[in-house]
Design a protein. Structure first.
Length: 109
């Protein structure tokens, strides 16, 4: 069974999906990037993640190897493979974000 959830942070939507195989919630990386960068432009967020992901891969950062591609529903109603992070990956990503590096938790509502 797949459960889909919409989480909110600062009134911004973050898509999440439950994966029965791993028994974990997975969160859309692009949605997290949008929240942390306070940016609504999808293309800017996608490019930011693309370059950050490449940089982290070169540095052999574990965050990139922790991403999983799962199908999430996009704004056009279709499902697309999307990079996702589990709870620990979300916390790690937030720790490298300048906006949240000083905070210990990324709180959902």
């Amino acid at each position: 069974m797949t459960k889909v959830s919409i989480r909110f942070f600062d009134d911004r939507e973050v898509r999440a999906v439950w994966d029965d195989q791993t028994s974990k919630w997975w969160f859309s990386v692009l949605d997290i990037v949008a929240v942390l960068r306070d940016e609504d432009n999808y293309e800017k967020n996608r490019n930011y993640w693309k370059y950050l992901k490449a940089k982290l891969k070169r540095e052999d950062n574990q965050l990139v190897s922790g991403t999983t591609q799962l199908k999430l529903t996009a704004s056009d109603g279709k499902k697309y493979l999307t990079d996702t992070l589990d709870y620990d990956g979300k916390r790690e990503y937030c720790s490298i974000s300048p906006k949240f590096a000083s905070q210990t938790e990324f709180v959902w509502t």
